[in-house]
Design a protein around this ligand. Sequence first.
Ligand code: SER
Length: 485
Amino acid sequence: MKKPITTAEIRDAYLKFFEEKGCQIWPSSSLVPDDPSLLLTVAGMVQFKPYFLQQKKLDDKYVGTTTTQRCVRTNDIDIIGTDGRHLSFFEMLGNFSFGKYFKREMCAWAWEFSTEVLQLEKDRIYVTVFTDDDEAAQIWEETGVDKSHISRLGEDDNFWTAGATGPCGPCSEMYYDQGKEYGCGSPDCKPGCDCDRFLEYWNLVFTQFDQQEDGSRIPLEKKNIDTGMGLERVAAIMQGVQSNFDTDVLAALVDLGKQLSSLTPKELEEEQNQVSLKIIADHARAIIFMIGDGILPSNEGRGYILRRLIRRSALHGKRLGFQTPFLESYIPKIIELMGKNFPQIKENYSLIQKTLDTEESRFNRTLAHGQKYLNDKLGTLDGKNLSGKDAFTLHDTYGFPLELTQEICNEAQVTVDVESFNKLMEDQKQRARNAREDNAWEEDDNIIESLVNKHPKTEFCGYNNYDTQVRVLDIVQENQVVESA
Ligand code: SER
């Protein structure tokens, strides 16, 4: 069998492998989850929650499903670009069983895929199991994993939950030993260590519980499987590179950044510029996929995450001397690299382009003023602390997200008084609330609300009909219900 090397080959080999085991190939779901407990799709299992809970059923002829899921996670945003492992956007290769196959089959298939399809050397594979999961440890040993390569980790590493509630369970992680030379050298270095030696590439979750809001866990009717393999990480292993940014897809995006930049090749080699190139390569995918899924920049929720990613990229773009707006230059490249599996980017090309153009232009206008303001402040600081008031002005007047101010300050070894910044933000919200209470339009809302409650429910039929008959129930003019207007 030909070893899959490129990202596209690995993706295809994975889906084909699990299809042959009886799983149905499903498309990736949107980054906007159909799940109020999550802002973004953070894992392959998100679209399958109702199946784990037995609220929906898969066609009986399949043993499960398999996907390559587009995911966004921004909890490690500060690390992105400074190491080779963390990304805000990534593809998660998954396979899922809803009560059909479980631990024994899954461990055997994971071993088969790793050693026969990927052809990884057996003595470079390590696994971890949840503290008291003797069964998983036993199964791994029987599958062929050397006993000395099996270790146990606690709740933080080896128990998986998607947010605060929902299907969850103990998990077992597979690691690839990249070699002693990448390690920290500590005698305790083993899978789970923060250094780069052991790269976690696959997480197998034995989904058996439904976590409640109070933290209690109710056993699910059936035992399930939810696995997630990091496509970019596996690509790094297969391509013999240590960093995700040196794999085919991301390296092409880093290269595009180099072409767009006005810096000299020598300048581009500087550490800080390398980090900027990687941050933009990573964020561009997250940004373009988010807008492609209908998310627009705003000041809250997922729109805020998007805005923050765009602003962060714009800032790093400035450092590289990009002509702005520049993010739209990444759209054709991403279509070329990933369009086959994710057609929505091409379909929404013009929405993505327009959104980026507007958001970047707006940010650039304020950025120049904001940066001047911040540089002046940094130049005149007494100590090593930027006041909450200055951070608030940067936010309120110049549109600087707090994290951006912190990032720039960090580089100058200055901390930001976050506590008083938060207090000023809260005061501002309160002022806005008070102002709303004084406003007539708010009362208008209340009148409408009371009328909505008074009348029977109006059925919305606009999804299926272009025209229909309706009856006017009331007319509101200047806060009053009137007979005619
Ligand atoms: N849900 C698990 C994860 O995201 C496995 O897919 O790691």
